[in-house]
Design a protein around this ligand. Structure first.
Ligand code: TRP
Length: 450
């Protein structure tokens, strides 16, 4: 079976060198591997969350589409589309919204950061926060789950969202899968060595730091940006340390081993920063010349880009449409005309899969959660009294997706208000630990449903 890779880029800005080297170029390279199917898209519904300038959204969609194609994406091989051309995505978003725990979304970093900013400024906690921002991870879960992606290459800031997609997908499987995995549970993939290209000042290259190097602007603009790269004040002839120089990091991201070794040796031998910048410029200018030309040719013919994206949407919907139909049916949105539809069969009562055992030892009141085979899934801490232990048990059984489960090495722990209230045994392998987590979630969810 092939591996499905999926990633999207929010269409709010003009792609810079960091977006290209960190996200677009590696994704294009990955799409050439055997046994992969890639789904790459313009996250233009996500763009609406951050931006209310229609002209900017439209320009950005065009620029980002042209960048993928100029970078050599083969749209015969990969499925390349705009999110807003796939109506199955917002449909699934609603279905998932009805399954996602609000408590889970309360914990999303982007939303939490906005609330904290408001509070720090003495404003109402939700001032200026739209439902779009709050529900952003559900839309992202729909993007990922509708194509049953296995791997989702993202930046560090997006890992939590992919994990939420897993949680939501798992819950949907549990509720509506009748024992089958309707959704594949996705995994975030972080490419650390390329993902964080430094900008002019050495911090991560990002529009919000105003430290970006343009991608497909003129050679002159490229040169001027490179001249602004911050270096230390070592004079020509003085030895430079390549490893503490982000100019070298940038050079590395675009050069082969031989070029890297030569640059390293020359810096150590005292190459002037001015000359090093010239070398970086020559390298980038040469490498970007061809895609730059393709980019401008594409930008000049938006209707060709439109055709390519329309064809991509057709291809994507061939997958999404029948799958969404199956999902609708799993939730009870079925045709009345289908013969033999069993309208009377209710939801089968889930077999109890777990047991809670309360007990008391020298340190206080505790409980265990056992699986159907009687093996320990969790052991609680010692509570001062039976009531506190009872409340913790109740929390476990009702928190559902808002349950704060953490994993350190191969051990799970459950947290409530910054307090570790229960721990699993230490498992020997990651797989055993993952299986225990799935077992625990399904045990707790079915308890709550009973
Ligand atoms: N939220 C992502 C970002 O801002 C973009 C995105 C939207 C995405 N949907 C996705 C990334 C699905 C991966 C998979 O970077």
């Amino acid at each position: 079976m092939s591996t499905r890779i999926l990633t999207g880029i929010t269409t709010t800005g003009t792609p810079h060198l960091g977006n290209y080297a960190g996200a677009i170029r590696p994704a294009i390279a990955a799409s050439h591997a055997d046994n992969v199917e890639s789904f790459y898209f313009l996250a233009d519904y996500h763009a609406l969350i951050k931006c209310d300038d229609p002209a900017r959204i439209q320009r950005s969609r065009l620029e980002i589409a042209a960048t993928w194609l100029a970078g050599g994406l083969d749209t015969e091989r990969a499925t390349f589309y705009r999110q807003s051309d796939i109506p199955e995505i917002p449909e699934l978003t609603w279905m998932l919204t009805c399954v996602a725990a609000k408590g889970l979304l309360n914990r999303a970093h982007a939303y939490k950061a906005s609330v904290e900013q408001n509070e720090a400024a003495g404003l109402d906690a939700d001032a200026g926060i739209t439902m779009g921002l709050f529900s952003y991870p559900v839309l992202m879960a729909a993007d990922i789950l509708i194509f049953n992606a296995h791997k989702v290459p993202v930046g560090r800031d997006q890992i939590q969202h992919v994990e939420m997609a897993r949680d939501i997908g798992q819950r949907f499987n549990h509720l509506f899968g009748q024992g089958r995995e309707l959704f594949t549970l996705p995994e975030a993939v972080i490419e650390d060595d390329v993902a964080t290209l430094p900008g002019l000042d050495g911090r991560k290259m990002s529009k919000s730091y105003d430290n970006t190097i343009p991608l497909f602007s003129s050679s002159k603009e490229l040169k001027s940006a490179i001249s602004r790269i911050v270096t230390d004040s070592k004079l020509p002839g003085e030895a430079k340390d390549p490893d503490s120089s982000h100019l070298y990091t940038l050079y590395q991201a675009f050069s082969n081993r031989t070029e890297q070794a030569a640059m390293r040796a020359d810096l150590e031998a005292g190459l002037a920063w001015g000359d090093a910048k010239q070398r970086l410029f020559t390298l980038l200018d040469e490498q970007l010349a061809e895609p730059r030309e393709r980019y401008h040719a594409l930008m000049a013919k938006p209707s060709e880009l439109e055709d390519i994206l329309q064809a991509g949407a057709v291809k994507a919907r061939k997958v999404a449409e029948p799958f969404l139909q199956q999902l609708r049916e799993s939730m009870g949105l079925r045709s009345f005309a289908v013969q033999g539809a069993d309208l009377t069969a209710g939801k089968k009562k889930a077999k109890k899969t777990s047991r809670v055992v309360s007990f008391r030892d020298d340190e206080g009141f505790r409980f265990r959660i056992l699986n159907s085979k009687g093996e320990d899934l969790l052991l609680s801490k010692a509570f001062a009294d039976g009531r506190a232990a009872g409340m913790a048990t109740k929390h476990l059984q009702t928190a559902q997706d808002a349950l704060d489960v953490r994993q350190v090495e191969q051990q799970l722990s459950i947290w409530l208000d910054d307090d570790c209230i229960a721990q699993s045994p230490k498992y020997a392998t990651d797989a055993a630990c993952d299986a225990a987590l799935a077992e625990l979630r399904s045990a707790l969810n079915s308890d709550a449903a009973d």
